[in-house]
Design a protein around this ligand. Structure first.
Ligand code: G3P
Ligand code: MG
Length: 250
């Protein structure tokens, strides 16, 4: 089994995160998966951004939930990263789904419900995916595990993954209790014996955010199911070399 490469917030290292440019680049380099973060606007539109506030990644200030989608669309979500990306907009989830119409990989939607509640966000996301890309494999993750439990109530077949910083004791028990198929574990927690324990119990492990080549290599050696990285192109190149070296040893 090859370690899958998921592009974190798109190709975050060389494009403004969570924008259509970042997702285009992630697809262009051949990422196996794309991770993005979702919030709700004041008028209940699902939009893609990491922080609760627009301050860091746009030219304005304030909470996403206090902007209407039209107001949010006025903002520049690219200049903060580089003048080359001036005019890049904050995407709605629908726009991302349109962009991913031919994407053969997996979409990882992270519900950013750990600071703001966003009532109903889970249903809205499911409805959008059903409407615009119903055949797209989706993994739902969140640090707010209640969001994942809500997802399982909405759609018992939904693929959900616990986002965690820390390793748990008997980690498979809690994972099974929530109905999750995977743990998305902070890199330092994933690069331990916990990953093999989870995998022995049929639970997948995806490590985040793996950016150092040394740790990418370790992730391949350990047979971790996937890594979420800001550098998908680097990770894909390294994986190619790793797989070629492995084939030669056979
Ligand atoms: O889903 C992995 C990773 O994105 C979790 O942290 O803060 O980058 O959303 P964050
Ligand atoms: Mg995230």
């Amino acid at each position: 089994m090859k370690t899958a490469i998921f592009a974190h917030r798109g190709s975050k290292s060389n494009r403004p995160e969570n924008t259509l440019s970042a997702f285009e680049e992630a697809m262009h380099v051949g990422s196996d998966g794309i991770e993005l973060d979702v919030h709700l606007t004041k008028d209940q539109e699902v939009v893609v951004m990491h922080d609760e506030k627009v301050n860091r990644t746009t030219n304005a200030k304030g909470q996403i939930k206090s902007f209407t989608v039209n107001d949010l669309k006025e903002l520049d979500a690219g200049s903060w990263f580089s003048p080359q990306f001036r005019g890049e907009r904050v995407p709605t989830l629908k726009e991302v789904l349109d962009l991913l119409s031919d994407f053969p990989g997996v979409l990882n939607v992270e519900f950013k419900t750990d600071h703001n509640v966003y009532p109903g966000i889970e249903e809205k996301v499911v409805r959008l995916i059903d409407l615009y890309r119903s055949n797209l494999p989706v993994v739902y993750s969140s640090f707010n595990h209640e969001s994942l439990i809500r997802m399982k109530h909405i759609d018992p077949s939904a693929d959900v993954a616990l986002l965690l910083w820390e390793r748990l004791a008997d980690p498979w028990r809690y994972t099974e209790q929530v109905g999750a198929s995977a743990q998305h574990l902070w890199e330092a927690s994933a690069l331990t014996e916990t990953s093999a324990q989870l995998q022995e119990h049929g639970i997948k492990v995806r490590a985040w955010t793996v950016n150092k080549p040394k740790n990418m290599q370790r992730t391949f050696e350990m047979g971790i199911d996937a890594m979420i990285t800001d550098y998908p192109e680097v990770a894909l190149d390294l994986r190619k070399s790793f797989e070629e070296a492995k084939a030669l040893r056979r």
